[in-house]
Write a protein that binds this ligand. Structure first.
Ligand code: HEC
Ligand code: HEC
Ligand code: HEC
Ligand code: HEC
Ligand code: HEC
Ligand code: HEC
Ligand code: HEC
Ligand code: HEC
Length: 348
């Protein structure tokens, strides 16, 4: 009798298993039930209900359950492996998934490297993109919609997200200023690198270029009444020139303005608000002697503009001095040549 029951169970299992295999939507016999749940080890109850109507709205509407959950071949299934999106997502795939350098980039990114190293907290594809809810990134409900990216990354980078959310950039993006940077505008997408990596978009050497993409003379920041001569004046300043000479110790945009908590200079919490300048410029290794008066002068100085006061005149003076010295030298050379020619003719 017990043997019969065992056979019965085996048969039922095989039947259900082949049903699940042959027609993957059979998964919904169980997972289509709203009350299907499981208890995690922590005691938390999680829903195992799968909303097929939602799946039908996604980019994977044509995919069967088993296309992604490839390892589920028996019932019950307890130890289920994480879905491997790379099964379809690779260059040269036959199913029509997007191609390009993104896969290669991801593998060489800080996240890909950490995953390969076995870091369980580092993101694989679904940690950023989602699972049963992946829709085109230009739709407002996508986890990858520009306004939602900070929250998607912020799930893991909690402190960064907290700073960013209150910054001039974070608040502007939340207000719908789509030109304002999300995490990905400064860090990249699949090619995110640690700031110490020379190739990182936010390394000490590259961060000025990253800010200047928007704050340079051709950048989008001009649309918002922000002066875009900042990068030019920066390059002409001592800091900019020293940076071009490959000195990594010298200030870049982020050393003065911060990066996640960038604020307008008239916000008292800004690192470049006059009262905070001594602390900002006086950072260890910079200008320990900095005082409030250190900052009373403008930092982004354009010596070509009369607004710059004495600097304008000093700059003018040196321009005139240089020009007249050059002119004098030129006259001297011409006279000298003339004299030599006359001497030579006199000899003959
Ligand atoms: C006989 C009912 C039944 C069928 C049919 C079934 N499942 Fe399940 N599934 C369950 C139950 C019950 C669990 C919870 C197991 C546990 O307690 O860990 C589960 C767990 C899972 C999990 C893991 C969830 C998690 O977070 O641990 C996945 C993924 C899953 N099923 C997918 C599928 C797929 C895909 C199919 C079809 C190929 C399928 N299931 C068919 C009952 C079923
Ligand atoms: C595009 C790939 C894809 C398809 C198609 C897909 N899933 Fe999933 N599913 C995932 C991912 C990703 C997760 C999250 C867990 C993980 O990372 O493995 C998940 C999680 C689950 C879970 C765990 C509970 C939850 O919602 O997190 C169940 C149950 C499940 N899937 C069942 C199904 C069923 C049933 C179908 C078919 C109707 C299906 N899946 C189709 C990718 C997919
Ligand atoms: C750290 C988060 C993150 C991870 C991990 C990640 N992506 Fe992305 N992915 C993004 C961002 C951000 C975009 C850009 C969306 C946009 O253009 O605004 C993107 C874009 C895409 C696109 C282009 C289509 C689209 O929505 O624009 C595909 C395809 C894609 N990712 C697939 C993958 C695959 C496959 C993996 C795993 C190998 C992966 N991604 C891992 C963040 C991530
Ligand atoms: C069975 C093959 C298959 C698997 C597995 C798969 N995908 Fe896809 N994916 C596709 C195909 C095909 C498309 C293109 C759909 C289209 O263009 O209509 C696509 C498109 C996408 C897109 C592009 C969306 C856009 O904006 O154009 C993203 C992002 C994506 N998949 C992420 C994932 C993630 C994350 C996983 C793992 C959870 C995954 N895919 C697993 C086949 C797959
Ligand atoms: C699932 C969690 C998760 C998500 C989502 C995630 N990250 Fe990460 N990220 C990590 C982990 C883990 C590390 C490695 C931390 C370490 O070892 O220092 C990391 C590292 C980084 C680093 C390098 C940090 C350092 O100290 O060198 C940057 C930059 C970064 N992530 C940016 C992003 C951005 C931007 C996004 C969104 C597009 C994102 N991350 C999404 C988990 C995540
Ligand atoms: C305006 C550009 C910008 C934006 C927007 C931005 N970052 Fe950063 N981020 C930087 C710079 C620059 C650094 C490197 C600072 C350094 O030299 O250590 C950095 C460093 C990091 C680090 C390394 C740890 C740390 O705090 O130094 C992580 C993680 C990170 N960013 C994640 C994010 C996430 C997540 C978001 C979105 C919520 C985001 N960033 C938005 C510019 C930006
Ligand atoms: C993707 C484009 C983009 C990038 C990259 C970017 N910004 Fe911005 N930034 C903007 C926009 C747009 C605004 C205006 C937001 C608003 O309307 O309040 C802004 C505002 C500012 C402001 C405040 C100006 C004011 O008068 O209120 C400062 C300061 C600033 N950014 C500095 C930086 C620094 C430093 C970096 C690099 C670490 C950077 N930005 C990177 C687009 C960008
Ligand atoms: C040595 C420190 C320092 C560096 C380096 C620096 N800034 Fe500034 N920045 C300031 C100070 C101080 C102010 C406010 C006073 C002023 O306008 O001169 C300011 C003002 C600004 C403003 C106007 C902000 C507002 O609130 O109106 C923008 C935009 C800006 N900087 C962008 C940049 C960019 C982009 C870079 C890099 C190319 C950069 N800054 C490099 C110190 C610096």
């Amino acid at each position: 009798m017990t043997r019969l029951t065992t056979y019965g169970y085996c048969l039922l299992t095989v039947l259900l298993f082949s049903a699940a295999q042959a027609a993957p939507q059979k998964c919904l016999l169980c997972h289509g039930k709203k009350d299907l749940t499981k208890q995690e080890e922590t005691g938390r109850t999680v829903s195992l209900y799968v909303d097929t109507a939602q799946l039908q709205m996604t980019v994977h509407a044509d995919r069967d359950c088993a296309d992604c959950h490839i390892d589920i071949v028996e019932i019950p299934h307890k130890q289920v492996r994480k879905v491997n999106c790379r099964r379809c997502h690779y260059t040269g795939n036959p199913v029509g998934a997007p191609e390009g350098e993104l896969y290669d980039q991801y593998e060489h990114s800080v996240h890909g490297i950490e995953v390969a190293r076995g870091n369980p907290r580092a993101p694989v594809c679904q940690d950023c993109h989602g699972s049963h809810d992946i829709i085109r990134h230009d739709l407002a409900a996508s986890k990858m919609y520009k306004q939602n990216i900070p929250q998607t990354c912020g799930r893991c980078h909690i402190e960064v997200y907290a700073d960013y959310r209150e910054s001039v950039h974070g608040m502007a993006l939340a207000r719908g200023i789509m030109d304002s940077p999300s995490c990905a505008s400064c860090h990249g997408e699949h090619n995110i690198q640690r700031p110490e990596e020379p190739g990182s978009k936010v390394s000490a050497a590259n961060v000025t270029g990253t800010c200047s993409d928007c704050h340079g003379p051709m950048g989008v920041a001009s649309k918002y009444g922000i002066k875009t001569d900042r990068t030019v004046t920066f390059e002409e300043s001592f800091h900019g020139v020293a940076q071009m000479m490959e000195s990594r110790m010298v200030a870049n945009c982020a050393s003065c303005h911060g990066y996640h908590d960038v604020r307008s200079h008239d916000d008292p919490k800004s690192s470049v608000y006059p009262d905070n300048i001594p602390a900002t410029c006086g950072k260890p290794g910079c200008h320990p002697e900095a005082t409030v008066s250190f900052a009373s002068g403008k930092i982004h100085i354009d010596p070509k503009s009369k607004e710059s006061g004495i600097l304008y005149y000093i700059s003018r003076f040196f321009m005139i001095l240089t020009a007249s010295t050059l002119a004098g030298l030129f006259v001297f050379i011409v006279l000298d040549l003339f004299r030599r020619a006359r001497k030579a003719r006199a000899k003959r």
